[in-house]
Structures are given as C-alpha cells and as structure tokens.
Design a protein around this ligand. Structure first.
Ligand SMILES: [Zn+2]
Ligand SMILES: [Zn+2]
Length: 384
C-alpha cells in the first residue's frame, strides 16, 4: 500500500507506510506491507517518515518500517495517536521518535522544506504535503476530497494549493481513488438528513456500524443521540480506543450524560440507546460479526432493532459483509445500507471535477496519479 520515497543527493524522505489486507489468492497471509529493501540499502540517507493521515493503508506498516530504520516520524496529533496504538501493540513505543505537526507548519529536512496543508477527508487532521526541493516544488495530496461544508468547519485549504500553483509546481502527486466517478463527491454533511430520519423512525435499538476513524461521522451520531435522547454505547475494541484518542485530543465532543457502558446495554430500554460499533467489513472477530451470530456478551439483536451500515464495502470483502448482514436479517433486524438514497455513507475521496479543480489550481509541470486501482490512475492521467 501507500509508501513513497523522495530522494535528492544524499537525502531521502519517506511519505506514508501503509498496509493492506491480502487478496483471496494469498492464502495464509495476514497482512501485506511494502518492500522496504530500497530504503534499507540506503539507510544512512533516510531522514524521516512523513504521514499524511491515520488510515491503515497509510500508517499500518509503520511498526515494520521502524523495525528496520530508526527514523523520526512526523504527523498530526490524531495520526500519531493512531500510530502510537499500533506501536504499543508491537511494544515499540519506547524507541519511537514521534513529532506532532499541524497544518501550516514547516519543516526542514536536508534539502527538503516541507509544508503541511490541511485537506478534507473521511478522517480528521488529514494533510497534503508541499515539499520544496532544489529542483522545484513537489505536492503530494494524500487522500482527500474537496468538502465545501465539512462538519468540523475546517475547510480544505485551497488557497495554499493556489499559492504554490502561482509560483510554479514541478510535480503533483494526487489521489485517484474516485477518478472514475463523474461530478463531485458529496459533503460529509449529506449523510445527516438520512441519519436524522433513521433516528426519528427507529422504535427500538439503533445499531450503527462505521469505521472507528470516521470521527466526523461519529460526532454526527453523538449529536443526533443527544437530539433524540438516546444514550450511546461504543462497542468493539477499535471503536472504544479510537474514540478515546479523538476525545482526549478534543476532536470529539461527547455531550454530558450521553455515554452508556456496554455492560449496561441489556438493562437499558431498547428505545433509549444507539450502539456505535466497529467491524463494518465482516472481520470474523469484530464486534459486529459477533453480534450478527449472537455471540456478543453485551448485545444481542432482536426483532425491531435497526442496523445501519454507514461505511463502504472495501472490494474483496463483499462475501463476508453480506453473510454478516444475512445473519442480522435472520435475527429480525431492519437493515439499512449503501446504495439506498439519500446516502448513509459518503466517500472520502475526490471525484473527477474535484480532481480537475486541484489540477487547475496547481498546474504542475509533471503529474503522477496515486492511490486507487490502475484503471482509476489511468483515468486521472487522462483528466490531467
Ligand atoms: Zn488511503
Ligand atoms: Zn484515507
């Protein structure tokens, strides 16, 4: 997955170190990480790892990179919070050199001068990188969409992109995930009316599954819980841990008296709770999978409960997700999921018109599409 090295003379900076889950044909393989041989062979040149945001496909391989190279890591507070969680699992926190940056900060690393630029994405505190090199400016967008109405009111920093564009950019590297989708990706705010309708109609328990890192989404679920007088229980290890990281950093506001401990779920009236749960991809040990087959200690579904899948299906996971959803339907749950309109999930990646907007603002001499299937990168190149 995502990992890119920028090299000039005797210096290298690395951008992101992601992992992916294996395709079906890789039997017995748990996770797939990048081949770091190029970096290991040039270890004395590698100055730092720069992280664009905290999704697994960008930070999942950090412990594996750090096991080979003792280099400092730069990222925003939330990104590094998620990295710490991974490093803890590998018992590597004592040796890690983590440096928190925020959008607008600049950093000198050998011949590279790095500026972090705020972008909107399905995770908080995502940044693009503008790296001034002796040959010219390189802009790496990271993952993004251009959300005109972000729920945290932190807009995409188009001005910085335009400023660099005016001064001249050598190379643009840009997210291609939705290059084959026409028009504009909907704002995160677009899910609100649909969720509001679901909250107002649900008679019994409301169980909403989403990615634990989707802090904007979880904040909307918390706000609606307050409005509709439901208590919120976080279920699943990643949901519990990541929401705590976001809350501790002040990135998630939990209204007073809203939280419910999972162990109190069974004793609370079904109409008074919303359960926010991780495990949207049908991972066998996840909280939602266990709820689906009625093997969860604290939650069992019954007829009249509503289950909302507020996330995308990562290609390859269809079978396990549909199997899990069938189990929940057998328990009498009313299932609400993607493809229905208005949406219960919106993408975090820019569609064709947003990609063209960035290309027009930056006007780079060279362009390299990043991130996505090859056909999407090829489409992005054609847009350019
Ligand atoms: Zn990504
Ligand atoms: Zn991402």
């Amino acid at each position: 997955m995502n990992c890119l090295a920028l090299e000039y003379g005797d210096d290298i900076v690395v951008i992101d170190a992601g992992m992916m889950f294996p395709e079906d044909e890789l039997l017995g393989v748990d996770i797939v990480v990048p081949d770091f041989t190029y970096l290991i062979d040039r270890r004395e040149k590698v100055r730092a790892l720069l992280l664009t945001h905290g999704h697994e496909d960008h930070i999942g391989a950090v412990p594996f990179l750090l096991a080979e190279l003792d280099i400092p890591i730069y990222g925003t507070a939330f990104t590094l919070g998620l990295v710490e969680r991974r490093l803890d699992e590998h018992e590597m926190m004592d040796r890690a050199r983590l440096h928190t940056v925020k959008a607008g900060d600049r950093l000198e690393l050998g011949p590279f001068s790095v500026e972090f630029i705020h972008v909107t994405h399905s995770i908080v505190q995502a940044v693009a990188l503008a790296i001034t090199t002796p040959l010219g400016v390189v802009i790496h967008t990271g993952d993004f969409k251009v959300d005109p109405t972000p729920t945290d009111n932190e807009p995409f920093d188009l001005h910085s992109f335009a400023d660099y564009g005016k001064r001249g950019v050598l190379l643009l590297l840009s997210d291609s995930t939705n290059a084959d989708r026409p028009g504009y990706t909907e704002s995160e705010r677009a899910v609100r009316p649909r969720l509001e309708e679901i909250y107002s109609r649900a008679e019994h328990r409301l169980v909403i599954a989403c990615f634990s890192s989707s802090i904007h989404r979880i904040q909307q679920l918390l706000d609606l819980a307050k409005q509709y007088r439901r208590k919120v229980a976080f279920l699943g290890r990643s949901m519990t841990e990541v929401s705590e990281i976001a809350h501790n950093l002040g990135l998630m506001q939990i209204p007073d008296d809203t939280l419910l401990r999972p162990q109190d779920l069974q004793s609370t009236p079904r109409s008074a709770v919303v359960v926010v749960v991780s495990g949207t991809q049908g991972e066998p040990m996840s909280a939602l999978s266990r709820v689906a087959v009625d093997k969860h200690k604290q939650l069992s579904l019954s007829s009249g409960d509503t289950v909302v899948m507020s996330s995308r299906i990562i290609p390859g996971n269809e079978k396990s997700i549909y199997r899990m959803m069938n189990h929940m339907a057998k328990r009498g749950a009313n299932l609400i999921y993607g493809g229905m309109s208005p949406p219960v999930h919106v993408s975090g990646h820019a569609s064709a018109e947003e990609l063209k907007l960035i290309l027009n603002l930056v006007r780079p001499t060279y362009f390299m599409p990043l991130h996505g299937e090859f056909r999407q990168m090829a489409m992005h190149a054609r847009h350019a």
